[in-house]
Ligand binder design. Sequence first.
Ligand code: AMP
Ligand code: MG
Length: 495
Amino acid sequence: MTDHMAKQDTGWNFDNSYARLPQTFFTKVDPTPGRAPKLVVLNEPVAKELGLNASALRSEEGVATLAGNHIAEGSIPLAQAYAAHQFGHFNMLGDGRAILLGEQITPQGERVDVQLKGSGRTPYSRRGDGRAALGPMLREYIISEAMVGLGIPTTRSLAVVTTGDVIYRETELPGAVLTRIAASHIRVGTFQYAAQYGSVEDVQALADYTIQRHYPEVDASENGSEQRYLHFLQEVIKRQAKLITKWQLVGFIHGVMNTDNMAISGETIDYGPCAFMDGYDPATVFSSIDTHGRYAYGNQPRIAVWNLARLAETLLPLLHADEEQAIKLAEGALSEFSATYQQSWLTGMRAKLGIFHEEQDDLALIEGLLSMMEKHSADYTNTFLALTFNKTEESDLFSAPEFAPWQEQWQARLGRQKEDQTASQQLMRSANPAVIPRNHRVEEALEAAVEHGDYSVMERLLSVLANPFAHAPEQVEYAALPEPSACAYQTFCGT
Ligand code: AMP
Ligand code: MG
């Protein structure tokens, strides 16, 4: 072989810092090879950001790597151990169907996890098969990319391959592997695992590792003191408050906010039964198993605090030698969530209504709108779109008698700011998406792909979701609501 014919370098540049943590945090395990891997989606912009060569990823060896059939040089495959409260009940979990290949060091010098999801059993699989079906992996790909477009911190999807294996759920389904990219996969549940099954030294090792990886501001300012871990907890809480705010502002419902599904990095993680709300109702739940509405839209901020309290508990021994003092410090930190949340939510809601600065009565104005929206089941996304483009003639809400006085109040509020109408509309356009991944549109894309091998519907959907604030003509049809249906949309876990 001459030099120019040499195999293309894919660009994998793995380091494996997680494998250098105490042994208790993981088990080294190779992915299970698939029978006949085939690449079905590749995220070229993400490949580029990672310093990976897209055409090399499409080659036989590239696809084999994405399927778990080939281990790239420098990768040390491992399954991470973690525990979690699932619907309030504590369980030992761990990566039961995911394997970390390593951390890719990007050309910008960033360190990101590369994980295969659906690549076979691990020591943490319990009774599961370690597999994933094509539909749910494509769904994670679509929703995570939609989140990127909406400006919401999230794990990303590099690729989906079909494995050529059949997997068994209620029916036979095509097996698939998603390559997930994350700042890291350290979860609240990883800390719970360390505290429950390890030692205080293990918790400290994990905290130090996490601080170094995700909280350089803490790392730079403290040195080994108790203050360091309090500061860390405070910063995690702040990031979560900001993340949940962003979910609430676009009507995103995670669906299964168990403590294993909350990443310490502040990214949205683990897209299972998630979906976007249509008609505004804080009690909205999509997940078929969330029968009590624990993870309903309106509960998400409260659940975040509950989960963060579980994190705080694991850190108590690091916060203060005296437990009572430690608890006081943790409670103080947790109580900051609501102030951060409330403030960023108000700022976000003001932007959705074209308001630049704070006024005392803004909350009442916003709540006035939301309660009318709830009463009339007004579509969350489209109501704000209609207000943005002054198309208020079209719905029950806008023809309701209580709407006109609210609108007058709102217009008066806009009239009191120095910014003009154009600026105000610009602000609204940048805060109110033209398009969200509507459930019926996502289902349509998945059906074409899974049933007919036709990925064009998904590609089109992804392209309109990439820039939801463009308000481009081709996005208009994606704002349309589904035909009324007899049964409510439901999503499923562990698929
Ligand atoms: P999730 O509902 O995806 O957050 O997963 C909860 C736990 O169940 C995690 O420990 C997963 O690794 C595990 N799990 C989910 N599906 C499977 C599967 N098919 N095989 C093995 N473990 C699984
Ligand atoms: Mg999970």
